[in-house]
Design a protein around this ligand. Structure first.
Ligand code: URA
Length: 238
């Protein structure tokens, strides 16, 4: 298998991105820095990225987790905070999260060992709509929802149009359902900051048509075959 495909399948980055890593000298094969972009990986080769062994999974697995708040979405944290990996530690296969949720955001997070699918879903120009339930302090007026829907400006750039509706208002709190198709860092929180609202809670409930449903907080489950097929179709695998 060509080295760029091998590294992409292992989840290191897109095929184009991993070529940059090769050119940077970050990839070693059998402890020698690899220089050839067209290298074919043999069965016995030991491939490393920045000194760590890189392997391609033989059987792919796909899970969804209901991430609680108070966990970061990365393997290691410099501040010793809990990571989502603690919640999937009894899955025998080494799976990794697809995309991320903030420390204080809860809800639907996908895990897999299928690097190729993960890379396709995470591509910046690939846009699966993601739906969030966001509770904010105070009342959100229709005019403020219209501002959100039109795409607010963050760091001088206008966000894409999105869907936003008021689901409930009680105890001086508004519950909004927001669907966005971009993955800007802290996007929903920044959209709320833009209209001057304090976020009380933020939960992702859907990725495309995949729903968190009744999965308990902190629990995970395997994706069903039709859900995996759905992700494949979205990424145009067939
Ligand atoms: N938007 C946010 O503000 N945070 C998330 O974790 C996801 C989307």
């Amino acid at each position: 298998m060509r080295i760029n495909k091998y590294l992409a399948l292992a989840g290191i980055g897109s095929r184009r991105k991993v070529e940059e890593y090769i050119l940077n000298g970050d990839i070693q094969v059998n402890d020698k820095v690899l220089k050839e972009l067209s290298y074919d990986v043999k069965n016995k080769d030991i491939v490393k990225y920045k000194g760590k062994i890189v392997e391609v999974a033989k059987n792919y697995e796909y899970y969804m987790l209901n991430k609680p708040k108070g966990y970061i979405t990365s393997a290691i944290d410099n501040f010793d905070r809990k990571t989502v990996m603690n919640l999937v530690s009894d899955i025998e296969t080494r799976v990794f999260p697809i995309g991320r949720l903030d420390y204080n955001t809860e809800g639907l997070l996908l895990f897999t060992n299928d690097g190729d699918l993960a890379n396709r879903i995470m591509k910046p120009n690939f846009s699966i709509p993601k739906t969030y339930i966001c509770v904010v302090e105070g009342e959100v007026k229709e005019s403020e929802l219209a501002v959100i829907r039109a795409g607010v400006v963050i760091n001088g750039k206008r966000l894409n149009k999105c869907k936003a509706k008021l689901v409930d208002y009680k105890d001086n709190k508004s519950k909004l359902e927001i669907t966005i198709d971009q993955g800007i860092n802290r996007q929903v929180r920044r959209m709320m900051e833009f209209i001057g609202k304090n976020v009380v809670s933020l939960k992702r409930t859907k990725i495309g048509d995949l729903r968190l449903g009744g999965l308990s907080r902190g629990k995970y489950r395997k994706l069903r075959d039709f859900e995996i097929q759905y992700l494949y179709n979205l990424c145009n695998f067939n």
